[in-house]
Each structure stands twice: as C-alpha cells, then as structure tokens.
Design a protein around this ligand. Sequence first.
Ligand SMILES: [Zn+2]
Length: 383
Amino acid sequence: MVRVPAAAGKSHPAEPAAVEAFAQIRGGGDRVPVRAPRAARSGTIRFPKEEIRMKKIDLHSHVLPDTVLDLMEKAPDADLFKAKVVRRDGKRFYARGKNQFELDPEYYSGEGKVAKMDRMKIDISYISTGPQAFCYWQKEEDAVRTVRAVNEGIAKMVDERPDRLRGMASVPMQHPDLAIAELEHAVKTYGFKGVEIATSIVGEEIASKKFRPFLKRCQDLKVSIFTHPENIGATGRLDCYYLTNLIGNPLDTTIMVANLMFSGALDELKELKFLLPHAGGFTAADIGRFQWGHGCRPDTSVDCKTPPMELLRRFWFDALAHNPKAVRFLIEQVGADRVVIGTDDPFDMGDMTPIDNIEKVPGLTDAERERIYFKNAHEFIGD
Ligand SMILES: [Zn+2]
C-alpha cells in the first residue's frame, strides 16, 4: 500500500485526486513508507503542488533519548555526562553549567519528534544524539555504558514511528577498538546505516592514523558518516557572544575537511561518504584556497595526490546556513547533488522552517528541489 506523508497545511477542501497523484508518483521503488495522516485518508487535506511530488528528508536532527536522560538523572554521582537532569514545575531540564534548556518531547519521544516534524514539514528524519552525549572523555566501561544507552534509546524512538524515523549510531571514538565493536553492534542489531561522530575527538583529527581502522570499517559496512562539531569550549577570542558556536563549530568542521583531504585518508578510503552540518562550515568558501595551496605548496600534496576540488565530491552538505543566498552559493560550489536538508532540531541554532527557507533560495529549480529534499539523502545514506 502506498501512503502519503503528513501535510503541512490543514483544513483545506478535499482533493482526493491530489492524494491519488501523490500515491502514483510515490509508488515505484519507494522504500520509505510514510503513514497517511488521518485527515488525508478521510480526504480533508489539499496538498500544495510541490508537496504532492516530494517527500522531505532531514539528515541533521537530534535527540536525547529517555535511556540517556534516565542515566543522567539516576546516576548523577557517576557524572557520566558532566550534566544533570533537573526537574522543575513538572518539567525536565538539561543542565550543564550555564547551558540549560527544557527537554521538550521531541528530544526523547518518537511521537513527540514526529509531531515536531509535522510542524516543520519534514517527512523522514534520521535522528542522532545531540553532542551533549558524545562524552569522549570517558574511560572504557563508562563509554560502553553511555553509548549503548544512546543507541538503544535512538532505536526505541525509531521503533515508535518506523514510518517516519531512522537512526544514526553513536560510538566511543576515544577507544577506536570499542568504536568498531559498537558500530558493528548498531548495524547488526538496529539496522543503522549512518554513524554520527564529532569533527574532532578531544583535539585529535579523525584523519589521524589512530582512527583509520574505524573509518575503514565504516566503508566496509557501507555506513555513511555524519560529522558534527562538539562544544569546542572557551578558546581565547571566541569566548564571547556565542562565538564558540557561531565561528568555532563551522571552523572545526572546516579543519576536519582539510585534514581528511590533505592526509590522504580520502585517497585511501575511496568509498567513504561524509555529511557536513551547518552548510559544511567554511568549506565551500575556502575550497579554492585548498585547491590553490595543493598546487603551489609541496607540503600539502605530500600525502594527498587527488586535488581538493575533486575530493570535495566525497562530502554532502546540509543547507543549514540561515541565509538563502548562502545556500545558492553552496549549490554552485559543491553541486546540487550534494546538498540536503538539515534542521538541527530541536536546538536554538536550528531552522524550524527549513522547507520555507529552501524555497527562498534564489533561482531554485525543480531538479534542485528534488535533489535537496530527498534524492541526495537517499544517495548519501544508501537507503
Ligand atoms: Zn546539530
């Protein structure tokens, strides 16, 4: 049975033909069934033209599952997460130093996440932990306990709404052997096809030889890698105005890209795919300098034979730039076949109207829209 996605609009006159048209278009080879909203099944929703044809897939969507929050709350002495869950007025709050926020249902409940996705006009989300649960400082025993709670929690949320949610694994990168073991467990047990890791691991580059066996295992298992900056913390001139996030996060991503390129890691692992959040940081703007440097500076080509411009094709970029003109520039630089939706939901730097904002990209064509909404996501994740 072919189903239609949740519609953003409501209470429009019935248009069964539109629902039927969507069903026909969605029919062939669609491996991601989407549950029809009750209103659509009863014929009370009118789908705007572009929403009839296209589903929307979000590859950058975070959660903090109950398994993690329970561990945070019930084992505070262990201080596993260097954070606490605080209860106040019947609500739960995440608290780590000055960083505190209310834990709304989209953090921990599959149904809550889907309700938020409906408001954002998103059909499918690949959910990954917020970086609050990376915990790369942990010793082996705590690391395994924490990361297993993350992966089980994400799998449970997906089980609540398998029609709308997919999971990405988390792994203890500070212990590369354990990271490989947990990756294998997550692929085998939960069927995850993506893994989320930080853009740097406690100051170490993921391009480092230390992590190469892990990257190779990802390639062997055909697992795509979502790289995400962790809280980079106070660092001199960035220690004001939230610059650790506004500049620090995209900078950390850009440094990781440069190291993956110039180290030869991408030449060695030719099938590996990376997704970059926040429009890839400064990569699209700086790639010309990478390319030029590779040609004129011998030290940049010692380990890397392939020109950076070519290696750019190994990366996918979310459209989370908070600026439609910047997304147009991104498309021109990296190609329309490398840009995907990324909301960063539910965090404050996220985009809660991602579809409306993509529609504002100057000169967006139907072909680009199709690619950004879902085709590129399918190609990245291999789903
Ligand atoms: Zn994020």
